[in-house]
Write a protein that binds this ligand. Structure first.
Ligand code: FES
Length: 136
């Protein structure tokens, strides 16, 4: 990893963007990196049912996991749920920059996994709710 990317990661680690909690989050998810036990939680507040009005992350972990979570929140904020759902691991890795080992890859992608888990749970619950309502 080049030093410019390392500096960007350290900046996000030391000055995290969108770190904290939301009082009115409709989407919440939390997961652990099984390799180290570090945890990331993501909360999203929606504008209606379709747009991410605000997003926060919280947790503990290495510089890459915290920086990538912070970068992810900047990427997701203001996007529709569908656009957020389409964010790929390549999108995150291009923000992080450089080549990562398999272990570091887990660190970098933990927040994306958490965000998608929250999204799919929410979308699934909406689908279930629609199905349930349409059968009444
Ligand atoms: Fe735990 Fe990176 S070492 S998330």
């Amino acid at each position: 990893m080049s030093s410019i990317y390392s500096e960007i990661i350290l900046d996000y680690y030391r000055n995290p963007r969108n770190k904290g909690k939301l009082d009115r989050a409709q989407i919440r998810a939390k997961d652990t990196n099984p390799l180290c036990g570090d945890v990331i939680e993501i909360q999203m507040e929606l504008d209606g049912d379709s747009k991410v009005k605000d997003i926060r992350f919280n947790g503990m972990g290495c510089a890459i996991s915290q920086a990538s979570a912070s970068m992810l929140t900047e990427l997701v904020k203001g996007k529709s749920l569908d656009e957020a759902r389409k964010i790929s691991k390549e999108d995150i890795l291009s923000l992080i920059g450089g080549q990562l080992s398999a272990v570091r890859l887990k660190c970098a992608l933990l927040s994306l996994k958490v965000m998608k888990t929250g999204l799919y749970n929410y979308i699934g619950s909406l689908e279930n709710a629609k199905e349930e309502l349409s059968s009444l």
